[in-house]
Write a protein that binds this ligand. Structure first.
Ligand code: F1P
Length: 348
């Protein structure tokens, strides 16, 4: 069954897809996509829906870190329903970045129309293109052909594209080179851990929560969304240390707690996961390198061992939630290629 699940094939095709996108990025004139803005003179507002909203959040963290500039991430619906809260000084003081795999999502196109009516330049980031690419002069289009309903390689490829853009605007050549190393490491990690994730997915968890801090919070959000979309299993996401403030009441033998643990916050974040283990939960940990205690306690530990800056590891953290969602769906007798109630694009 697994081999003909298109979503799984696309998840495991990410090393090759990333390599193709990184080759394209290396050859592109990315600086023009800033529309002449000095990255520091405007606030970059990243806008998307669903998976693309979590991508917007991860991109905002990345731009703040790489460019030390003001950024925000908002769902497209917020721009439509509360524009004065999103653009308090008027849209012209910002550089909006509209993110949409399809380029066809109604809410995103409606935002694009508003910006065009106000003559506000914006950047479009997409895979399929569709109407969105005809609405602006500034387009970052990733060469990703993704047929599945849920977003997997499109999410990681557009995030790589935006991180690469941020590094190019910062003239941070070391970071761009670091991203170039990721495809070969993902190949290695998929060979090592794919089967272990499939085994974990066979356990009858009732509650799933995925935790992450800082730039890993949107990655935790996307990981939980993949589990929800691909297996119709309710999954929540929290800032790691926030989990103690109430949500930990769900911790127990029928709960799986996923921890996306950073290097910079390792001690504080791993302590939360160990506490949940003591409360009887199973813990699934992704981190760059673990200490002996976490190695001993984790029910599934994925050590990335990536010799790159912490921010360049971001895309590598989401792959395991992508796999867990699809494997969990198969375990429940569902088909991840046709997720319940979902369509590939939301048009309203
Ligand atoms: C956004 C989106 C996806 C979701 C599903 C429906 O699509 O909401 O996040 O997983 O595929 O569409 P897009 O605007 O990025 O094409």
């Amino acid at each position: 069954m697994r081999n003909d699940v298109k979503t799984l094939v696309e998840i495991k095709s990410q090393p090759a897809v990333w390599q193709q996108c990184l080759n394209d990025l290396q050859a592109a004139d990315l600086r023009r996509l800033a529309d002449g803005h000095s990255p520091l003179e405007v606030e970059w507002v990243f806008i998307g829906c669903g998976t693309s909203f979590y991508l917007a959040q991860a991109a905002a963290f990345s731009f703040t870190s790489l460019l030390n500039t003001g950024t925000r991430a908002v769902p497209a619906s917020e721009v439509l329903l509360s524009p004065e809260l999103v653009f308090p000084r008027g849209a012209k003081s910002y550089y909006p970045v509209l993110i949409s795999r399809s380029g066809h999502t109604s809410e995103v196109l409606q935002v694009a129309e508003i910006l065009r009516a106000q003559q506000v330049p914006f950047l479009a980031v997409t895979c399929d293109g569709r109407e969105l690419v005809s609405m602006t002069d500034f387009v970052l289009k990733m060469r990703v052909e993704e047929e599945s309903t849920v977003m997997t390689s499109s999410f990681t490829s557009m995030l790589l594209g935006l991180q690469y853009l941020g590094a190019a605007l910062a003239s941070n050549h070391g970071f761009m080179e670091a991203l170039q190393q990721l495809p070969k490491h993902l190949d290695r990690l998929l060979d090592t851990y794919d089967e272990q994730v499939a085994e974990l997915a066979q356990q009858p968890f009732e509650d799933i929560a995925v935790l992450g801090q800082g730039p890993l919070y949107p990655i935790a959000s996307e990981s939980a969304l993949k589990v929800m979309e691909s297996s119709s299993t309710f999954a929540q996401f929290f800032h790691t240390l926030e989990f103690r403030h109430g949500p930990k009441s769900i911790a127990g033998p029928a709960t799986l707690i996923g921890g996306l643990i950073s290097e910079s916050g390792y001690d504080a974040e791993s302590a939360v996961l160990l506490e949940m283990k003591e409360l009887g939960s199973q813990i699934f940990v992704v981190t760059n390198t673990a200490d002996e205690l976490l190695r001993k306690q984790a029910d599934l530990l994925i050590e990335l061992n990536l010799p790159v800056p912490e921010l360049a590891r971001l895309v590598m953290y989401v792959v395991w939630g992508q796999l867990l969602g699809s494997y969990r769906g198969l375990e429940k007798g569902l088909n991840p290629d046709h997720p319940r109630n979902l369509s590939r694009v939301v048009t309203i």
